[in-house]
Design a protein around this ligand. Structure first.
Ligand SMILES: [Zn+2]
Length: 488
């Protein structure tokens, strides 16, 4: 069989191969195409002249000739390790030369006898899966969960193999210097995926040509969660108004994110992070499926900050972007990643925020509270995702605020560290008692009622302590910031 059939009817279920099918349908059109035609189209997309010159020995004329070097486009070259065929080598004056300019090709080596393709399940001549077809094959033992049925020795039909190579054209990537390379792939049912690429992803990517990647991000760093959140925030900002998407794209995006009455179709974002070296070393592969829930939160956050900022999106980006610090001339962003992880997985972001406040903000030479609006956004999150009681939240905020201001007035920052470091309910109450005495405060009743399972107002005492210490330290730093300094 020398043709492959490109159709957007049936998903293979494999996010990588499906992305490639969408790319091929867009580039070549649906229908039957010869394998050679598909292969040369993919090669055209993935190779480029480097601008450098090389020499080859021309057998016909018996002379050395110059040629312009070609290579796989970055960062595809981290995955496609297939060298160009340079013909026979000859040795002249101690140097070795190819006898032709290297020809780049992606050979399929199909079996004569048909078998069942491990990806699409169809019967066809097969080839052994190689890294250039399925880049995440690098370590199927470790990442096998994400690739059902994928193992060393996976066999593919020509269409799936070529789609695997074409997927590099449709991925989103973001390089973080030598520290990390992030890859993002959206996945959904094929027809919808094709629409997403056509009306949203391609225009969005094209509006931004950057050597560091084609993926627009609100912020990025070396870690997978912070960068995935940075990507989603950037994408979300286009759902209501956009300078790059036309109405059709905006409408599709809004539908995907659940702003229309129809239930949003399932869509998944795969985020893959690795170290770019000679080859790509994968360090993380994550799957995010509840994008419409995240979008709903994002919309709530926009509401929350509307009183603070005319550019509501920029304020939300500032709030999530702030959790980083200069370390040895570089930005360390592990707090941001931890908080982004919590938000993306609908878990608890407060421990990450507390760590940042106590270990970074309060210890800096130029101490600062959190960006204004941070606590309000976290409160919304705590109510909607963690089910925190609004009344208790107000009590905790009020008391924490008061505690922090009093601690500032009495220069008792150590007391706040004692609070944060309390390891059990007894220690927690001891610190509160201490505060009552030293800062002349009254601990609210609601905090003193510890229930079965060491819970306070239905929450674990630990969470209550963490949130309280955030309010208190932030109030301390805010008051310090507002007071005129001795010199000033
Ligand atoms: Zn197949």
């Amino acid at each position: 069989m020398t043709t492959v059939s490109i159709a957007l009817k049936r998903s293979t279920g494999n996010f990588w191969v499906d992305t490639g099918l969408v790319v091929l349908a867009h580039g070549l059109g649906e229908g039957d195409h010869t394998i050679d035609r598909v292969r040369s189209w993919v090669l055209d997309q993935l190779t480029q002249k480097t601008g450098k010159k090389g020499l080859y020995y021309d057998l016909a004329s018996g002379q050395l000739r110059e040629y312009e070097k070609t290579n796989w486009v970055y960062p595809t070259n981290l995955f496609i390790k297939v060298a160009g065929a340079a013909g026979k080598k000859v040795s002249i004056g101690g140097a070795t030369y190819p006898t032709q300019p290297p020809i780049f090709d992606l050979k399929l080596d199909l079996t004569k006898k048909p078998g069942t393709c491990d990806i699409c399940g169809e019967d066809a001549p097969l080839t052994d899966a190689k890294m250039w077809m399925l880049p995440l094959l690098v370590d199927p033992d470790k990442f096998g969960n994400f690739y059902p049925g994928l193992k060393r020795g996976t066999r593919l039909c020509a269409r799936c193999a070529l789609a695997g190579a074409a997927a590099y054209v449709g991925w989103l990537w973001k390089a973080q210097g030598q520290d990390a390379l992030h890859i993002f792939v959206f996945h959904s049912e094929l027809g919808l995926l094709a629409e997403l690429h056509r009306t949203v992803l391609r225009p969005w990517i094209q509006a931004r040509q950057d050597k560091g990647g084609n993926a627009p991000t609100a912020f990025s760093g070396p870690y997978v969660h912070e960068t995935a959140l940075g990507l989603l925030l950037a994408l979300f900002s286009h759902a209501h108004s956009s300078d790059v998407l036309d109405p059709e794209g905006r409408e599709l995006l809004a539908g995907l994110l659940g702003t229309t009455p129809a239930p949003p179709p399932p869509i998944t974002l795969y985020a893959i992070t690795g170290k770019p070296g000679q080859a790509f070393q994968m360090t993380a592969l994550r799957e995010f499926t509840r994008l419409h829930h995240l979008f709903r939160l994002y919309e709530r956050w926009l509401d929350v900050v509307s009183r603070l900022d005319n550019n509501r999106h920029a304020r939300v980006v500032n709030i999530f972007g702030q959790f980083r610090a200069q370390r040895q001339g570089k930005w360390e962003t592990l707090w941001r990643d931890r908080i982004a992880w919590a938000v993306l997985t609908f878990d608890d972001p407060f421990p990450g925020v507390a760590e940042f406040l106590y270990e970074v903000q309060a210890r800096e030479e130029n101490r600062r509270p959190l960006v204004e609006g941070t606590l309000q956004i976290l409160e919304t999150y705590a109510r909607e995702v963690m089910g925190m009681d609004e009344q208790f939240q107000r009590t905790l905020a009020g008391f924490g605020h008061h505690l922090g201001e009093k601690a500032y007035e009495q220069k008792e920052m150590g007391l706040l560290y004692d609070l944060r470091n309390a390891k059990n309910p007894e220690a927690f109450y001891r610190v509160l008692n201490d505060a009552q005495f030293r800062l002349e405060t009254n601990v609210p009743e609601a905090l003193l009622n510890i229930e079965k399972g060491e819970r306070i107002a239905g929450m674990s005492w630990l969470r209550v302590k963490t949130i309280l210490s955030i309010y208190a330290m932030n109030a301390y730093l805010r008051k310090e910031r507002r007071e005129p300094t001795q010199e000033g």
